[in-house]
Design a protein around this ligand. Structure first.
Ligand SMILES: [Zn+2]
Length: 528
């Protein structure tokens, strides 16, 4: 009975019940699914003398070592590391199980065989972007796609979607969680949805044409891209009066960005639009959403499904679990996944409001929620502007500074060398599209002050551009993902030759990517 309680009552269980049911479910999941069939965890548990039975409460989870991105990378001794995380069942072990024998008697062997195939055979994958390393694929079985669908239905419910809504999915068409999670959510919920493939497939104009044709109630996409499309719509005098939701993912969404998007939607004829953010990453194979809240209140946080996975929040340095409501790094463990499975996965994402269990003040659901801003901890370490002032720059902070600035529309931060000479000092150039006709000098002063307050550096140069020019600089409509922070410093000599323009020289620096690929995002590391 308890096993189904977590699934059927996922949105109304109090903290104690959730934690106990999750511990029970995790114990069974490890015993029956992960440990027998995962090469990596089978061996790890044996080596450490751990057993599924050691997990009686969620506190016991701390006995298990973390898994991090580095564990998924190939080594000479493990040339196909990521495969060691895929559950590959032993048919003999499955056949010996009493449940299997009973099912075979009742339904026939063939049916049982088909059941195992749909549970364990990989049929789909999404992967990390892998700009700095090889992309890491995470495989899904039919069972995982069913989870993606059922979590998708819940996303729709949490976002307050209605069946007569028309959705435009503007996420890039790629093997990334963001696009597919939206696709499966819409399909499973049963709502009209068209995928444009984002800017690279149809261009900004193509997306605008679709908006005019479909008159969507909901736009789904990356905040930067949605911003540019709406901005262009305003410039062209397009009306878009049906908009009810802007559902964002793939990057963090600053409060200022939400405000700017609401303003643009209002100019298009949709003043009541609700901006919602989602969170997810390749390794979770699931995504979560906020529920609608009034524009002037703090967002409601990501509503979690306690039956499909569990989060811990840990001190990023010590790895110790912090109390509910405390900031820390997000660590994820799935409870229903097949295919690729990672346990206690360190996301590198730091959340400032932590994990809470209180009923949601907006929708009243009682479920675990992740509240507050999320930043990538790898980015907090940040890029060093070596010779300028030797100051570490927190690009997470800078993004918030710029997205929250009222008179700044689109922007790009460019790192380059003085005179393009590799031996010269680094320069930080800020490209900005002004809003509201503000005076150049006034905005320069304002931005310089805000930079210094937050990061102790200020841009060497602030250049103002028209919206069109900034779209070109950012690669809106041409790149898979806009380059908000771009590194144009010449590469050191011995480096590999530069890759294609969107992946090599133009190292995407920041642009947090929660929903798409958490792993594989390049760290902002100093270059010598
Ligand atoms: Zn809520």
């Amino acid at each position: 009975m308890n096993a189904t309680l977590l699934r059927t009552q996922w949105q109304q269980l109090p903290e104690r019940a959730v934690r106990q049911l999750q511990a029970d479910k995790l114990r069974r999941y490890l015993r029956d699914v992960v440990l027998p069939f995962s090469a990596h965890y089978g061996e790890l548990f044996r080596k450490k003398g751990l057993k599924a039975e050691s997990i009686r409460t969620l506190e016991d989870l701390e006995q298990l070592p973390f898994t991090s991105k580095a564990d998924l990378l190939n080594t000479p001794g493990h040339p196909e590391k990521v495969k060691e995380f895929v559950l590959i069942p032993d048919p003999k072990a499955l056949a010996r199980r009493p449940a299997t024998i009973l099912r075979a008697l009742a339904k026939g062997r063939e049916q049982v065989q088909r059941g195992f195939e749909s549970e364990f055979r990989p049929i789909f994958l999404t992967s990390t972007t892998g700009r700095s390393a090889d992309p890491i694929p995470f495989v899904y079985t039919q069972h995982d796609l069913a989870n993606l669908s059922s979590s998708g239905i819940r996303i729709m419910q949490v976002c307050g979607a209605q069946h007569d809504f028309r959705l435009l999915n503007m996420f890039p068409y790629a093997p990334h969680l963001a696009f597919w999670s939206s696709h499966y959510a819409a399909t499973a919920f049963g709502v009209f949805c068209v995928g444009t493939g984002g800017g690279k497939v149809m261009g900004t104009e193509g997306n605008l044409r679709m908006i005019q044709k479909i008159k969507p109630d909901v736009l789904i996409g990356m905040p930067t891209f949605v911003y540019h499309v709406l901005q262009q719509a305003v410039e062209l005098g397009v009306r878009c009066e049906n908009l009810k939701r802007l559902v964002l993912g793939g990057e963090k969404v600053a409060e200022g960005m939400r405000r700017k998007l609401r303003n643009l939607a209002s100019k298009l004829g949709s003043p009541g639009v609700v901006v919602l953010s989602t969170y997810g990453f390749t390794e979770s194979k699931l995504a979560w959403a906020e529920c609608p809240s009034p524009a002037d209140e703090t967002p409601s946080g990501y509503h979690l499904y306690p039956d499909l996975g569990l989060f811990e929040v840990v001190n990023p340095k010590s790895g110790v679990v912090v109390p509910p409501g405390s900031p820390g790094e997000l660590v994820f463990t799935p409870l229903e996944a097949r295919g690729s499975v990672v346990l206690r996965y360190r996301t590198g994402d730091v959340i400032d409001g932590g994990l809470v269990y209180e009923p949601c003040p907006h929708c009243g659901r009682t479920l675990p929620r992740l509240v507050g801003k999320i930043s990538r901890s790898t980015e907090v370490k940040s890029m060093q502007l070596d010779k300028i002032k030797g100051t570490l720059v927190d690009f997470n902070q800078l993004e918030h500074v710029l997205d929250d600035a009222a008179n700044v529309g689109a922007w790009q931060l460019e790192l380059r060398k003085f005179n393009d000479d590799p031996h010269e000092v680094d320069e930080l150039v800020l490209h900005v599209q002004k809003l509201n006709g503000v005076d150049d000098e006034k905005l320069r002063r304002e931005l310089n002050n805000r930079f210094v307050e937050r990061t102790e550096v200020h841009p060497n140069l602030i250049v103002f551009h028209e919206a069109e020019e900034l779209r070109r600089l950012l690669g809106v409509g041409t790149l898979l993902k806009e380059q908000k922070i771009i590194d144009n410093r010449p590469k050191p000599k011995k480096d590999a030759p530069a890759g294609p323009p969107d992946e090599g020289l133009h190292r995407p620096a920041s642009g947090i990517t929660p929903i798409t690929p958490a792993a594989g995002q390049p760290d902002l590391e100093a270059r010598k």
